[in-house]
Ligand binder design. Structure first.
Ligand code: CTP
Length: 405
């Protein structure tokens, strides 16, 4: 199942280090090549010999050890890793990576890896709940590192609570899930827009909307995981995306329009998830507008409809739009499919709880150009992204078979 996959397992100094033996053994049974890196402290809990025997590979235990006859001496583990798992991950290694500290073999290799990194934390409940640890975890997540949450259980320190490393079986299942995400979009180039736009009134004021960018960023991440080459054009947000995504940051609708035009030809799939402002102030005041007694009138002029422009220049691209509606969802969404020449539209009723702006979930209906539709239940934005991209893949397959007919 994991045949040919290179997995580096980093083991740090916690009592659950003994469970890394089972993890390594399970990964080996699934056919993976497993390379273990142990910190100094980890070696107090489990012997390198155990892991060497189970992984059938030399175990790295020190930064400066003599390379023996082992296979890894000439290659960088960082480059080799399809996935880097740190199990158990102590507060120390989490803190070090979160702050760019690389002072031993594990932290230096981790810092250099471009593959997927998964931490399986294990520590005392109060340590785990410590705000500093939680901030470090949040910081790492924002940089594209992933976590397998610890579970509730009896901890070695005598406490009961969340801090126990997830069971080896669950960790290995998650590793499989990460490595076996089908590369259905491999070789395809996709352009995604996300976030709000900012329309300046004067040097200190602007018009914008409530979009957080979460849906567009989720689409970009999931598309990259499915093997696509992703360009993400994003309005101002606080979100980060993984280094595989080519991120272009813009501010206004006009900036977004320009960036889209510059990138349109190279991409065969376009998903417009951005909440583009339909209007901008007609006049930008170079100086701060001073208050007066009378009402202030700001004249707004239309921004270009970027999606409509793409629809008019679509060629054989797959084009997906979004529609945020407060009423007549079906009618409004289908109208936009025709007006903007879309393959399908992701419509949500933003008055529904859990749907729309700034939340992690969304409840959408996909309306297709042929009149069919699929109503999806309330789900995480990453799952919504997965559904949307699966539909994109179905359309790609359809186009391919039409071409071959
Ligand atoms: N969109 C766009 N350019 C604009 C406005 C919207 O490309 N100036 C795109 C959005 O990214 C989204 C789709 O058009 O994919 C629908 O946007 P929405 O604001 O819901 O609809 P509008 O077409 O602007 O129509 P209305 O405001 O009348 O609902």
């Amino acid at each position: 199942m994991l045949k040919g996959k290179n997995i580096v397992v980093g083991i740090t100094g916690g009592i659950s280090a003994y469970k890394s033996a089972e993890i390594v053994s399970r990964l080996k049974k699934k056919g993976a090549n497993v390379y273990c890196v142990m910190t100094q402290n980890a070696q107090e809990f489990i012997s390198p010999l155990t892991l060497r025997t189970l992984s059938n590979n030399p175990v790295v235990t020190s930064m400066f050890e003599e390379p023996g006859t082992w296979e890894v001496e000439h290659i960088s583990l960082a480059d080799k890793a399809d996935l880097f798992l740190i199990a158990p991950a102590t507060a120390n290694i989490i803190g070090k990576v979160a702050h760019g500290i690389a002072d031993d073999f594990l932290s230096t290799t981790l810092m250099a890896t471009r593959g997927k990194v998964l931490f399986a934390p294990a520590m005392n409940i109060h340590m785990y709940e410590n705000k500093i640890v939680q901030e470090n975890i949040t910081r790492l997540k924002a940089r594209g590192y992933d976590f397998i949450d610890p579970v509730i259980g009896n901890l070695a320190c005598g406490y009961t609570g969340k801090g126990k490393m997830a069971e080896p079986e669950a960790i290995v299942a998650r590793v499989c899930q990460e490595l076996l995400e089908e590369q259905i979009l491999a070789g395809h180039k996709i352009l995604i827009t996300a976030g709000p736009t900012k329309e300046k009134i004067d040097p200190v004021r602007y018009l914008t909307n409530h979009s957080s960018g979460k849906m567009g960023y989720a689409l970009a991440e999931v598309a990259a995981r499915k093997g696509a080459q992703v360009t993400l054009i994003s309005g101002p947000t606080n979100l980060k995306c993984s280094p595989q995504v080519n991120l272009i940051k813009i501010e206004s609708a006009l900036d977004m329009f320009q960036a889209v035009q510059e990138n349109l030809d190279q991409n065969e799939i376009v998903i417009m998830a951005a909440a583009v402002a339909d209007y901008r102030p007609k006049i930008f005041s170079e100086k701060k507008i001073k208050k007066k007694d009378e009402d202030l009138k700001i004249v707004l002029e239309r921004n270009p409809d970027i999606l409509k422009y793409i629809g008019e220049n679509k060629k054989d691209k797959i084009l997906v739009g979004f529609a945020a509606e407060t009423n007549d969802l079906k009618e409004n969404a289908t109208k936009k499919i025709i007006q903007k020449n879309l393959d399908f539209i992701v419509a949500n009723d933003i008055t529904q709880a859990g749907a729309g702006f700034a939340v992690d979930t969304n409840q959408v209906t996909l309306f297709f150009a042929d009149g069919s539709y699929k109503a999806l239940p309330l789900m995480d934005k990453y799952e919504v992204a997965n559904k949307i991209l699966t539909e994109v893949y179905a359309l790609l397959k359809e186009k391919r078979s039409e071409r071959n007919d």
